[in-house]
Write a new protein. Structure first.
Lengths: 245, 331
């Protein structure tokens, strides 16, 4: 028998008055693996992220991390057990410097200011934000803010990193750079990544497998190449994305 | 000591040393009127510092800080009057009462998701509720007030807090400097980072693993305890307490003006704001009575507040700090 995956999502559902945002979705993310979660706007991707990261509580279903049931944990507790996340609509601590923003994350694993600062600087280096360390977070450009989101989440030393459209607004060359950064991070630090992304170039390059959701339901799952050929997926999503690009 | 000084630029440390030296020497040269005004300045500065921890650091607005002033004042004064308990012991009891009240109000509100302006309204409600209760609380004199015996001593009695304004001046100066040091330390530690993260964006803070509920309660409780210390000193300085002035909503507003004018969330802002506002208020009072126009004070005071808020919305201290090139490593 193969070891259990890092993240197991089993039949989770979430309903918002009248709208079934997520409908019995199941998938898993292996240890150190990179999984893409894609689907058209409003498919339920962000809701799934909110359910996994404890911002929302699922109406039904279970979420397990490393075999442990983490369904219904608060957001700060989810972070404590090893789930880091970024927000699609970025939420920097605007008045704080970039370094201080990342230090807030680093304090999850240490009480020492010196240690937190050291961790934060290393992460800023990796995400090409080192030269912005003492700038106020609200002075960053949008792509930089997206990277800051990722940096802050990484500083909490997650086992699983949820990336919610961190590549949006980047130029193709920058996308390739970020893809390399996250692939390296995952490989070197053994961090598993679950990402949603509209930039197909990034999803296809990064993901080892892809889960496609539409109207709150999982419609397809598999290798990037397989998913890209699935007629249902093309109908609902990739076709539209291709004409947009 | 090393942690105290780390991150403080030389010019800022020098400026602080000059300020402390000037404040220490002040009563030796100034007359009793100036000392009594400076006591008001320091009360305002210290109360502003206490409030600033909750609002400036952690972003939780309290419009009812008179509650904690009143609890510190009434508890210490009543224990002194009825049982002869030394003021410093009574002060501890007052601090405990304020801690209890603060953490209870915070826990109730935050548990039920009452935040932002609604939380601020609740702080007013609790202060007003307590004012009314004390108006009918005969043991502490009810609405006709609680009075401390005034003894004309030849010299200052620090143990029983009986003495000259200069004695209170030095106690308050020490307290203000302690609060300054405490703020500096807190902002450099995890708790300070967490408070500021909560102030900036509570949901993002929670996603980074911060137990928002716990840290908010900690901020409110610390702020309440610090405020109660000033309340106890105020009781022994004024020697009389009336619920309608001690718990007055006007006092709560006075407490928040200095830190806002000086610079919300900054370390020195509450002190600078207290100096500017108290000196302005005193000057205007004297000017009003000198030229015999009633209400002139309020007009000019109000206009000045308006001008400061419009021209320097971040407060006077960030502006002055840049002018003096004292850039702190931390705000």
């Amino acid at each position: 028998m193969s070891p259990p995956p890092l993240l197991e999502v089993v039949d989770i559902s979430k309903r918002f008055s009248g709208l079934q945002a997520v409908d019995a979705v199941s998938f898993s993310v292996p240890h150190g693996g990179i999984v893409g979660l894609i689907g058209p706007n409003g498919a339920g991707k962000t809701t799934i992220f909110n359910l996994i990261s404890g911002v929302l509580r699922p109406d039904a279903g279970a979420i397990r991390l490393d075999g442990r049931d983490i369904t219904g944990l608060r957001a700060d507790q989810a972070c404590g057990v090893g789930i880091g996340r970024t927000f699609q609509l970025v939420r920097p601590f605007g008045a704080l410097t970039v370094l201080d923003n990342v230090m807030v994350g680093a304090f999850k694993r240490t009480a020492s200011t010196t240690a937190a600062r050291r961790t934060a600087r290393q992460i800023l280096d990796r995400l090409a934000l080192a030269d912005k360390a003492s700038a106020a977070a609200n002075s960053l450009t949008l792509p930089e803010r997206k990277r800051l989101e990722a940096a802050r989440a990484l500083a909490t030393e997650p086992k699983l990193l949820l990336l919610d459209e961190v590549m949006a607004g980047l130029r193709p060359v920058e996308v390739d750079t970020m893809v390399r950064v996250f692939a390296d991070l995952s490989r070197e630090m053994g961090i598993a990544i679950l990402l949603t992304e509209h930039v197909m170039r990034a999803v296809m390059a990064l993901s080892q497998s892809i889960v496609v959701v539409h109207h709150g339901q999982k419609i397809c799952e598999g290798l990037p190449a397989t998913v890209a050929r699935d007629p249902q997926v093309i109908a609902c999503y990739l076709g539209a994305a291709r004409t947009k690009a | 000591m090393q942690e105290m000084l780390s991150g403080v630029p030389r010019r800022a440390a020098l400026a602080l040393a000059l300020f402390v030296a000037a404040m220490l020497a002040m009563p030796l040269f100034a007359g009793s009127y100036v000392v009594s005004v400076l006591v008001v300045v320091l009360f305002s500065a210290y109360l502003g510092q206490a409030w600033n921890i909750m609002m400036g650091f952690a972003g939780q607005l309290s419009l009812g800080h008179a509650l904690y002033v009143g609890l510190g004042a009434y508890v210490s004064a009543a224990l002194f009057v009825h049982f002869g308990l030394p003021p410093w012991i009574g002060m501890l009891a007052g601090m405990a009462a304020a801690a209890l009240a603060g953490s209870l109000i915070a826990a109730l509100s935050f548990r039920f998701g009452v935040t932002g302006v609604y939380f601020a309204l609740l702080t007013i409600a609790f202060a007003e509720f307590t004012r009314i209760v004390f108006n009918h609380f005969g043991w502490v004199g009810g609405s006709s007030g609680l009075f401390l015996p005034v003894a004309n001593l030849a010299r200052d009695d620090l143990v029983n807090l009986r003495g000259s304004p200069a004695m209170f001046y030095y106690i308050l100066l020490a307290l203000t400097l302690c609060a300054l040091a405490l703020g500096h330390l807190l902002l450099r530690r995890r708790v300070g980072f967490y408070w500021q993260a909560i102030r900036e964006d509570q949901e993002a803070a929670q996603a980074l693993g911060i137990d928002v509920f716990r840290y908010k309660i900690a901020a409110v409780t610390l702020s309440a305890v610090m405020t109660a210390i000033a309340g106890a000193l105020m009781a022994f300085y004024d020697n009389n307490l009336y619920p309608d002035t001690t718990f007055a909503i006007g006092r709560s507003i006075d407490i928040i003006t200095a830190p806002i004018i000086g610079g919300l969330g900054t370390l020195f802002g509450p002190i600078l704001g207290a100096f500017v506002l108290t000196v302005l208020s005193e000057t205007m009072t004297n000017l009003s009575s000198a030229i015999g126009i009633n209400g002139l004070k309020q007009w000019i005071y109000g206009a000045t507040l308006l001008a400061i808020v419009m021209l320097q919305p971040a407060g006077l201290w960030p502006w002055l700090r840049a002018r003096l090139r004292l850039d702190e490593a931390k705000r």
